[in-house]
Design a binder for this molecule. Structure first.
Ligand code: PNS
Length: 160
């Protein structure tokens, strides 16, 4: 049985921090599903198909090898997706104590709901301050986002 991990998130847009986590997960697990979820608490910046396409192009650009799938999940619990595809583990990046406080209850609930474990990865130091919300803000105000995102994302956002 292949060991499948799910890397979930809004990826709105995908950043170098996300890409680091995806690449490291791909080096550990047989298969990685990057699952773009709809978070009702957040207003969308990019439509989901554009987020999917940017993730795909960024993975290609970074030459991350391994069995990686990009999926969307907007209806229902993430643990339902995990059970549907046979994934046992969620992988998430933790940049700060704020992230840990946000992720801890979700991790416990996901284990209680579906027996799904969460593995937390610390970021590379150069990505520790990078977030999609920071990228959105800098991009909307006309700043240079290229240090924070894959080239495909920088090019796409600069051309909007
Ligand atoms: O990138 P984000 O927005 O911080 O990701 C948060 C996400 C999508 C991982 C979280 O909102 C989530 O798990 N949503 C799926 C819905 C779900 O299963 N909720 C119960 C988890 S406790």
């Amino acid at each position: 049985m292949p060991r499948i991990a799910v890397v979930p998130g809004s990826f709105d847009p995908v950043t170098l921090g996300h890409l680091d986590v995806i690449g490291r997960a791909a080096s550990i697990f047989d298969e990685v599903h990057v699952v773009v979820t709809h978070n009702p608490d957040k207003q969308a910046f990019l439509p989901v198909p554009e987020r999917d396409s940017l993730i795909e192009r960024s993975i290609e650009e970074a030459r991350i090898s391994g069995e990686i799938r990009i999926a969307n999940w907007s209806m229902g619990l993430l643990v339902d997706y995990c059970q549907q595809v046979g994934a046992e583990v969620l992988v998430k990046g933790i940049r700060s104590s704020t992230d840990l406080s946000y992720e801890t209850p979700m991790s416990i609930v996901n284990r209680n709901l579906g027996g799904i474990e969460t593995i937390f990865m610390l970021p590379n130091p150069e990505n520790a301050h990078v977030s999609s919300s920071l990228v959105r803000q800098v991009s909307e105000l006309g700043g240079d986002i290229s240090p924070y995102v894959p080239r495909a994302v920088a090019t796409f956002l600069q051309s909007r």
